[in-house]
Design a binder for this molecule. Structure first.
Ligand SMILES: Nc1ncnc2c1ncn2[C@@H]1O[C@H](COP(=O)(O)OP(=O)(O)OP(=O)(O)O)[C@@H](O)[C@H]1O
Ligand SMILES: [Mg+2]
Length: 251
C-alpha cells in the first residue's frame, strides 16, 4: 500500500560527510537537512562536485555518512539492520544511477530483473514486469541484447526500466535524462509524471536540465555541500523556503 499523503518519506538532518584523513580531508556534505513528503517531485541541482550524487547515495543507503541522521520511509538508517536496508532498496526504492551500472555479461531484460533475484518474486512474473518496463521506455525489441551493443541513451533507458520494474514508492534518479535526445527525454519525464500522479511515487531527481527542474514541484540547490535554497513552485510562482548561505546564486 502506498504511504499516506503528507507522510515524510525522506528525512535528512544535519548530515556531514568527508573523504580522506587529516590535512587531506575534503568535506563533501557540510550539514545537509532535507525533508521530502510522499508524492513530492524534487529536483536537486548544483554544480559538478557539489555533493549531489553523494547525498542521493546516502539517502538510498548505498553510502555512509559521518554525522547527522537519515530516515527513509520510517527506517532510521543508524539503527537499521543491513537486511532491513536491503529489503527497502529491493522492494521500495528505484535507482537510476549516473553511470547506469549495467552488467555487460547479462542481456537488457536480465539487467532489469536482476534486483528480483534478491526477493521472493517468481522469475516468470519478474520477466513479464521487466518486459513491460522495457516496452514503456521503448526498448522491448532490444530486451535480449547485451547493454554493450546499445547507445548511451538506450543504456540509460534500460537503467530507468530497471529502477521501475518493481514499482517502487521512491525513485532516486541521478541525471536520468542526461544521455537522451529531447523526444525520449520528454517521454521519460511524462512517464515519471504518470508514476507520480497514478501511484503517488515520490521522486528525487539530480539534474542539470532545465526541463526536468521545471517539471519538478520543488527545486533544491546545493552548493559546496550545503543546501542553498529550497523552492516550491506553483504554476510559475515560487515560495522560497531557504536556509541560504551567502548571496551567491547557483548557476
Ligand atoms: N570515493 C571518493 N573519494 C574521495 N572523494 C570523493 C569520492 N566520491 C566523491 N568524492 C568527492 O566528493 C565531491 C562530491 O562528489 P559528488 O559525486 O557527490 O558530486 P556531484 O554533485 O554528484 O557532481 P557531478 O554533477 O559531477 O556528478 C567531489 O569533490 C568528489 O571529488
Ligand atoms: Mg553526480
Amino acid at each position: 500500500m502506498p504511504p499516506e499523503a503528507s507522510e515524510t518519506v525522506i528525512s535528512v538532518r544535519d548530515v556531514h560527510k568527508s573523504y580522506g584523513k587529516g590535512q587531506a580531508t575534503t568535506a563533501v556534505l557540510r550539514g545537509v537537512s532535507l525533508e521530502i513528503k510522499q508524492g513530492e517531485i524534487v529536483a536537486l541541482i548544483g554544480q559538478s562536485g557539489s555533493g549531489k550524487s553523494t547525498l542521493l547515495n546516502i539517502i538510498g543507503s548505498l553510502d555512509t555518512w559521518d554525522k547527522g541522521s537519515v530516515e527513509v520511509m520510517g527506517i532510521d538508517f543508524s539503527k537499521a539492520r543491513e537486511s532491513e536496508l536491503a529489503a527497502m532498496r529491493n522492494e521500495k526504492v528505484g535507482f537510476v544511477f549516473q553511470s547506469f551500472n549495467l552488467l555487460e555479461h547479462l542481456t537488457c531484460i536480465e539487467n532489469v530483473i536482476l534486483p528480483a533475484s534478491f526477493t521472493s518474486i517468481k522469475e516468470n512474473d519478474a520477466r513479464e514486469q521487466g518486459m513491460e518496463a522495457l516496452r514503456r521506455v521503448g526498448l522491448g525489441e532490444l530486451a535480449h541484447r547485451p547493454p554493450g551493443e546499445l547507445s548511451g541513451g538506450q543504456k540509460q533507458r534500460v537503467a530507468i526500466a530497471r529502477a521501475l520494474y518493481n514499482k517502487p514508492q521512491l525513485l532516486l534518479c541521478d541525471e536520468p535524462t542526461g544521455n537522451l535526445d529531447s523526444e525520449t527525454g520528454e517521454n521519460v519525464i511524462e512517464f515519471f509524471g504518470e508514476l507520480n500522479r497514478e501511484d503517488g511515487v515520490t521522486l528525487l531527481i539530480v539534474t542539470h536540465e532545465e526541463r526536468l527542474s521545471k517539471f519538478a514541484q520543488r527545486v533544491v540547490h546545493i552548493r559546496d555541500g550545503i543546501i542553498q535554497s529550497d523552492e516550491t513552485g506553483v504554476s510559475g510562482e515560487s515560495k522560497t523556503n531557504s536556509d541560504s548561505v551567502g548571496e551567491e546564486k547557483v548557476s
